[in-house]
Design a protein around this ligand. Structure first.
Ligand code: CP
Length: 309
């Protein structure tokens, strides 16, 4: 199957076969990052702009590394050091960038739907690097790749997503991705951080960590998104950590081959203890490594081959 899309805006719009193509393509790109000279000419002459209205370490750096390893030219624009601080709108910023003829705009924005709106207004391919509380599709794809690397398959795995589900774009994209690929998804968190009707997305909802840990092949811990919570949704971080934080004691009831994942950034000692984050079941840094391969694959599939949209 060929990948024929102009943009990568969310997991919701992808067919399982398209997700499979992205994962397979990422597998083929992994090897480039292990070479002494980590560069191939695949996207020579192409231009990728990273337009980030929110902070990022992993996503932005791995997109830049991915583009550079494919020999594309890259440009980074941060809200704080651009004319955005003078009041320029997203559309005006993008139109001005487009006047310089980039091939891809990678956008992170606090507003849900911002990449979708941009994609309708510009000729360049748009990649969603996280839009508000909506989606973070490239994170979900690198998470799928990490699960497949370690478990051999995604279908049939039981994945527990734990924490602040309501404010997490990572959770939303992973729920779409995992259910599309045939995984069983359990979510657990305080009632105040679980959206109503979440079970309609095909997941099972719990309020106790103890109910999901023994069932899970993969445990995905989430950061509490304090910056997105309008009001305090829990008594104290200490209380949250006691009830929903993953430590070695709680992990002792897990399956022997369980995988521990976290999209980062980690709040050590809040949602996950340092000994679990750095322990033998953790694949958190493998997720980061896979982020480069997934983003290389997406850049290649969007602008390296033929497209008809
Ligand atoms: N996982 C993730 O999106 O991390 P950053 O915010 O550092 O990009």
């Amino acid at each position: 199957m060929q990948f024929r899309k102009k943009d990568l805006l969310g997991i919701k719009q992808l067919e399982p076969e398209e997700i499979e193509v992205i994962l397979e393509t990422a597998e083929t790109f992994k090897e480039i990052s292990t070479r002494p000279i980590k560069k191939v000419p695949t996207l020579r002459g192409r231009t990728v702009v990273h337009l980030f209205y929110e902070p990022s370490t992993r996503t932005r750096t791995s997109f830049e590394i991915a583009a550079k390893r494919l020999s594309a030219d890259t440009f980074n624009i941060s809200a704080s050091t651009s004319s955005i601080v003078k009041g320029e709108t997203l559309v005006d910023t993008a139109k001005n960038l487009e006047a310089m003829n980039p091939d891809v705009i990678v956008l992170r924005h606090s507003a849900a739907g911002a990449p979708h709106m941009l994609a309708r207004r510009v000729e360049a391919s748009v990649i969603n690097a996280g839009d508000g509380m909506h989606e973070h599709p490239t994170q979900a794809l690198l998470d799928l790749l990490t699960i497949r690397d370690n478990k051999g398959t995604i279908s049939g795995q039981t994945v527990a997503i734990i924490g602040d589900i309501a404010h997490s774009r990572v959770a939303r994209s992973n729920i779409w991705a995992l259910t599309k690929m045939g995984a069983r998804v359990l979510v657990a968190g305080p009632n105040t951080m679980i959206p109503q009707d979440l079970d309609k997305l095909g997941v099972e909802v719990f309020n106790r960590l103890e109910d999901v840990i023994p069932e899970a092949d993969v445990i995905m811990m989430l950061r509490i998104q304090l910056e997105r919570q309008g009001k305090m949704l829990l008594p104290t971080l200490r209380e949250y950590s006691k009830v929903f934080g993953l430590n070695e004691e709680k992990l002792s009831t897990a399956k022997p081959e369980v995988l521990i994942m976290h999209p980062g950034p980690i709040n050590r000692g809040v949602e996950i203890s340092p000994s679990v984050a750095d322990g033998p079941y953790s694949v958190i840094l493998d997720q980061v490594t896979n982020g480069v391969a997934i983003r290389m694959a997406l850049l290649y599939l969007l602008i390296g081959g033929e497209k008809d949209e």
